[in-house]
Ligand binder design. Structure first.
Ligand SMILES: [Zn+2]
Ligand SMILES: [Zn+2]
Length: 229
């Protein structure tokens, strides 16, 4: 078992409070991530208050996660210890249905397992990123460039959905702006708004390349609008 400390809501009316719990031992295809930052999404608030009507308490919210790989299972091939990675809204799908095989995991026939308040195959409920660590199948993990501002990019890690696409479009415009010296301030503001960048012409291209890569390898790449959220 992996000991974890987090923040949990114990009921729909309770404020989040410190909460210690155990995660299951690492599977062969999982990495253990030491969490550095986690964005706050409105879904976290909805679920804490049981406004979707399906919250299992204690609820540990958090699905916009940035952290570093601390350990890896024996079959992990994409990441090594120390890599900077992100985790988004879901951490598992069946992997074998037509949608999963078509790289549309968010439409999995069995249903995705959400990062928080999701149901794992062993029957346990997932606990999210308002915590010190999380174990995730490497397939549902994103690589994060070191050049990015870590807390600033955390919300983008949810980007199996619209966030990545929004950022991609915005940054594409930012790169265009950055080619004109009199628009550099505009570009920098755009970068700061999305990723905390401070050298737009150079760094924006890195981010743009990364987002293109994310779109090409991320579960759900073919659709930016999930029916689940
Ligand atoms: Zn969210
Ligand atoms: Zn599936």
């Amino acid at each position: 078992m992996i000991h974890t400390t987090g923040y949990a809501a114990m009921s729909s009316s309770a404020e989040l409070a410190p909460y210690g719990f155990e995660r299951q031992d690492l599977l062969d295809d999982e990495i253990l991530i030491d969490i550095l930052y986690c964005g706050i999404c409105h879904a976290d608030i909805h679920q804490s208050k049981n406004e979707y009507g399906n919250t299992v308490y204690p609820l540990v919210p958090g699905h916009e996660i940035i952290g570093r790989v601390k350990e890896r299972g024996s079959k992990v091939t994409k990441y090594i210890e120390g890599d900077l990675v992100g985790v988004g809204y879901y951490i598992l799908s069946c992997g074998g249905c037509p949608n999963c095989l078509n790289h549309e995991e968010q439409y999995c026939d069995i249903g995705i397992t959400q990062t928080q308040n999701g149901r794992l195959p062993d029957g346990n409920t997932t606990k999210g990123g308002y915590s010190t660590n999380i174990a995730v199948n490497e397939k549902y993990v994103l690589r994060i460039p070191e050049i990015l501002n870590k807390p600033g990019v955390a919300p983008l890690s949810e980007g199996e959905g619209g966030a990545i696409e929004l950022a991609r479009n915005s940054i594409a415009k930012m790169i265009n702006c950055a080619s004109l010296s009199d628009k550099m301030i505009t570009a920098e503001e755009g970068g700061d708004a999305h990723c905390g960048l401070n050298n737009p012409a150079l760094k924006a291209q890195v981010v743009f390349d990364w987002l293109e890569e994310v779109l090409s390898i991320t579960p759900g790449k073919k659709s930016v609008q999930s029916k689940y959220y």
